[in-house]
Design a protein around this ligand. Structure first.
Ligand SMILES: Cc1cc2nc3c(=O)[nH]c(=O)nc-3n(C[C@H](O)[C@H](O)[C@H](O)COP(=O)(O)OP(=O)(O)OC[C@H]3O[C@@H](n4cnc5c(N)ncnc54)[C@H](O)[C@@H]3O)c2cc1C
Length: 432
């Protein structure tokens, strides 16, 4: 077997510390035991690990934050842990370079020190690379677009070991494909360059209440939130637990001050809302990280999702909510509605690999893995869905995953895959 010399470290199941490094954040994949975990500290480590995996014929799974819903950053082969490549640099020319192993907590904190930020997700331990490669939806997205829309370049180690820089001028097809097709498809991204945005002062929006009439709330939300002004994002979660009333939570952010935000929200609800103005964006993110989605969950959850380019019909909504609140619920269930529209949709579908540019909202059905409700609920809503699925929420149960994730961009993505990874070194179920 070839030797592996590293600036970082490697762990086998016999190494002290293996248990601390082999598990991904997602509990569903914590029992997968890699033969080797390579903790990279340099570009040379990434190149060496790739050459080693190619020589041994073992699967190499890149891992950033380790959150993949489909377990693609876990393998019984070699896990390439990039968390050691977490530098963030913001030189005076304004282009921010971020190591592919940085997580969102690090990114927001480092950019805040320079008065800037990125439109990106909420979970503080979510990896910037995984998030960006699949798109990147967040509370500033209706104003500034996806995280990948701010990407201006990347360094990538290709399957043959070549290191390339890609941007609009160099390797433009690869650069196009990296913006939204999903992680792990074309190469090992080692750093990402972004055109960051000025960090705004924001108003935090929240309300939580036992919800006697969820249908009215969802109907009002879906008619209003996707068309709200760009600076205002309000998402909605419904939760049910056996024997308890349905809870509704509204949460969101506004780049306006408290008065104008309250005025705009009147167009949607007369409910008393908790507003906190004057929060720099990274502070606002911190206050939501636990609420939005448990970041380090103890128990596995199953998520199915779909985009919607029109509202749920009265009939679909009635069935969805009657299934949701059914008395025989097995564990906790959540329906989360995320507002799209705004800047997400002001880009043509073929400008980046992320094809979903005409959607009004994203609906997630999150339940216990043993609860048949998740599939039933997804199928009910699917009657009105656009058939499109966010590549960062991969769903092994999809029938036509190629159309769902990539729509009209699929053929061009296959051509890029064939050009950059002709022997399918980077492979997993539902890979291009
Ligand atoms: C708690 C939580 C909160 C979330 N919040 C949001 C949100 O607000 N907005 C949003 O859009 N999404 C959100 N997501 C979904 C998230 O975007 C995806 O799960 C994303 O893929 C996670 O990236 P990761 O690096 O953390 O995960 P990983 O499992 O490490 O990586 C995800 C995929 O990318 C590949 N990959 C990772 N690093 C690289 C690399 N350097 N080069 C090539 N391939 C790589 C992996 O192999 C895997 O296929 C959330 C998920 C969770 C669990």
């Amino acid at each position: 077997m070839p030797a592996l010399a590293l600036d970082g470290e490697m762990f086998t199941p016999d190494s002290p510390g293996y248990d601390g490094v082999h598990r991904p954040v997602n509990p569903a994949y914590r029992d997968v035991r890699p033969r080797l975990v390579v903790l990279c500290r340099s570009l040379a480590d990434v190149v060496s690990a790739l050459a080693y995996a190619a020589a041994t014929g073992e699967r190499l799974a890149p891992r950033g934050g380790g959150h993949c819903f489909a377990g693609r950053s876990s393998t019984d082969g070699i896990v390439l842990d990039l968390s050691g490549l977490d530098g963030v640099s913001v030189p005076d020319d304004g282009v921010t370079t971020i190591g592919a192993g940085a997580c969102l907590r690090q990114v927001y904190a480092a950019l805040h020190a320079h008065g800037s930020t990125l439109p990106a997700g909420c979970g503080p331990t979510v990896g910037i690379a995984g998030l960006t490669l699949g798109g990147g939806i967040g509370l500033l997205g209706r104003k500034h677009g996806l995280t990948c829309d701010r990407l201006v370049g990347a360094q990538v180690v290709l399957a043959d070991g070549t290191v390339v820089e890609c941007d609009h001028d160099r390797q433009p097809d690869l650069f196009w494909a990296l913006r939204g097709a999903g992680g792990g498809q074309f190469g090992l991204v080692t750093s990402l360059r972004f055109d960051a945005v000025p960090e705004p002062l924001t108003t935090r929006i929240q309300a939580r209440w036992p919800c006697a009439a969820p249908k009215e709330v969802v109907a009002a939300w879906q008619a209003w939130a996707p068309d709200a002004p760009d600076g205002l994002t309000v998402n909605l979660t419904l939760e049910s637990e056996p024997g308890a009333a349905v809870q509704a939570t509204l949460f969101g952010a506004s780049t306006l001050k408290e008065g104008p935000t309250r005025e705009l929200l009147r167009g949607f609800t007369d409910r008393a809302l908790e507003l906190r103005a004057g929060l720099p964006y990274h502070r606002l993110k911190q206050t939501f990280s636990a609420l939005d989605r448990p970041d380090l969950p103890e128990r596995a959850q199953r998520t199915r999702s779909e985009f919607f380019s029109r509202g749920l019909s009265d009939r679909t909504l009635t069935s969805l909510l009657s299934q949701f609140g059914a008395a025989r619920a097995e564990g906790r269930r959540r329906l989360t509605f995320t507002a799209m529209g705004g800047a997400y949709n002001r880009i043509a579908e073929d400008v980046t690999a992320f094809a979903h540019r005409g959607e009004r909202f994203l609906l997630e059905h999150i339940g216990d893995p043993a609860d048949p409700w998740t599939d039933r609920s997804w199928a009910t809503a699917h009657a009105d869905g656009s058939g499109r699925v966010y590549p960062n929420f991969p769903d092994p149960a999809l029938d036509n995953w190629a159309a769902a994730y990539h729509a009209g961009n699929y053929r061009r993505l296959v051509a890029v895959k064939n050009a950059y990874d002709p022997h399918r070194f980077f492979d997993f179920p539902q890979a291009l």
